[in-house]
Design a protein around this ligand. Structure first.
Ligand code: GDP
Length: 455
């Protein structure tokens, strides 16, 4: 439901900053500006022009702050409604006072994401673009940001519009026959319908193939560092983090818990988990650390198995290999500055092997590259038309569209036309739920409630 009242919220983050922005959207926006903002120069608020002045309490006449105000008349605004932004000093107290003044003009505090929701409801952006706004704000890596920007530009929407176009063409042909129950679908029409549905199916299956990579670009990956005590796991973590986060010592067994840090490798967000050294021990605390390390193995997207290459392959190294039997693992042969005495058993299933010296940093760049290429291969996010699905919501909807289209194709020659048309309508419904044409209020509530207030 869309009630066209006027809403307001602070759009800058909480806390103290240089500038604080209070945003107002709705029919009362200009009236609010004229009530509490006094421009220094005559002429009042002119659409899309900044003016300098003071924010005053209309009743007491008190000057609350010096500010810049910009009024954007509908439809040329973020929400396509009249919008007023007041840019005042960024202290939390002054921002709260300005907001209170705005609300005292009879304006309601906005719900989370309500400005963006109005932009969607007023047709300025579709649902995938609204979700992209959220992703832009939450981006933790270059890859995530580039992907979100493409989605905001409407690259995914365009593909889905193409799918809808194909499905609607096929539906029109099928439904043209429904009024003539004695006629079978003509061969030319069957051919035209098949071409349209196949074209839609190709776009969808192409998009579904991008999901894994899109998810990784958006959310990053988790990389677990395992190895026996003293192999150099903490030194490797420090090297990857470029700081002394983990304690490095020559006494085996000092990393007793899991240490977690996020870094980026050439645009990819990587959550690094350093674990306790894996070996036989009677120390209870260390045992707990080791069992936590083993538990994490199946959850990691990639494991870096660190071996001390200056020593011979040992019993503990064997324990590690066994624990990693089903994981995607890179073998990291550390201490390459010392004479190599380590030989990996012939039978292993590492996706790559790399020699490094964690202390000097030798081989670290190559290791980062190996990690990155395990996940991001085909991506060219700077390409103009780059698109990748990154949300389970989108993937699930497109899978149901694909299933409905499959039902349609399987029954095209012998099923009842009404059922065929229902299959196409199901597919259209599923695609429309991604872009928002057919999304329910519950879905919209769920999506926009995860936004911040003021967005
Ligand atoms: P962890 O127990 O696996 O976390 O191992 P640490 O990172 O604490 O390192 C154990 C010992 O190996 C320390 O004395 C490090 O200085 C040493 N070490 C780590 N990496 C290298 C390396 O590349 N070359 C050499 N020579 N020593 C290293």
């Amino acid at each position: 439901m869309y009630i066209r009242d006027t809403i307001a919220a602070v759009s800058t983050p909480p806390g103290n900053g240089g500038i604080g922005i209070i945003r107002v959207s709705g029919d009362q926006a200009a009236a609010v500006g004229n009530t509490i903002f006094k421009p220094v120069y005559d002429g009042g608020l002119v659409s899309h022009r900044f003016s300098f002045g003071t924010i005053c309490d209309a009743i007491s006449g008190e000057h609350v702050d010096e500010a810049m105000a910009v009024y954007m008349r509908a439809p040329r605004s973020y929400t396509r409604e009249d919008v007023l932004e007041l840019h005042c000093h960024g202290g939390w107290l002054v921002v709260e006072r300005v907001l209170a003044l705005v609300l005292s003009c009879g304006v309601r505090l906005a719900d989370p994401g309500e400005f963006t929701r109005r932009a969607f409801l007023n047709g300025r952006i579709d649902l995938t673009q609204a979700e992209a706004v959220m992703d832009i704000i939450a981006s933790k890596s270059e890859a995530a940001l580039q992907l979100a920007q493409k989605q905001r530009e409407g690259v995914l929407s365009k593909r889905l519009d193409d799918v809808r176009g194909c499905l609607i063409r096929a539906l029109a042909l099928v439904e043209a026959y429904i009024d003539f129950p004695d006629d079978d679908l003509g061969e030319t029409d069957v051919a035209a319908i098949t071409v349209s549905v196949e074209e839609a199916g190709n776009i969808i299956s192409g998009l579904l193939l991008t999901f894994e990579e899109g998810r990784i670009m958006r959310d990053g990956v988790s990389v677990l560092i395992v190895g026996k005590p003293n192999a150099g796991k903490s030194s490797l973590l420090n090297r990857l983090l470029n700081e002394n986060r983990a304690i490095v010592t020559h006494i085996p067994g000092t990393t007793r818990d899991i240490i977690e840090e996020t870094v980026t490798f050439d645009g990819l967000s990587v959550r690094l988990l350093d674990t306790a050294g894996i070996r036989h021990t009677d120390d209870l605390v260390e045992l707990e650390g080791i069992s936590r390390a083993l538990e994490k193995i199946p959850l990691a997207d990639l494991v870096l198995a660190v071996f001390d290459a200056s020593r011979e392959f040992s019993f503990e190294d064997r324990l590690i290999l066994d624990a990693l039997a089903n994981s995607k693992t890179v073998a990291v042969l550390n201490k390459s500055d010392l004479p190599e005495r380590f030989v990996l058993p012939d039978k292993n299933s590492f996706v790559a092997t790399v020699r490094i010296a964690a202390l000097s940093g030798d081989g670290i760049d190559q290791l980062k590259k190996i990690v990155r290429t395990q996940f991001l291969h085909s991506s060219a996010p700077d390409a103009r038309e780059f698109v990748a699905l990154s949300k389970a919501r989108h993937r699930d909807a497109l899978v149901s569209a694909e299933q409905a289209m499959q039902r349609f194709a399987d029954g095209l020659r012998d099923r009842n036309l009404e059922l065929l048309s229902l299959d196409l309508r199901d597919a259209l419904q599923a695609v429309g739920s991604v872009t928002g044409q057919t999304a329910t209020d519950e879905v919209l509530d769920l999506i926009f409630s995860s936004f911040c207030i003021g967005k």
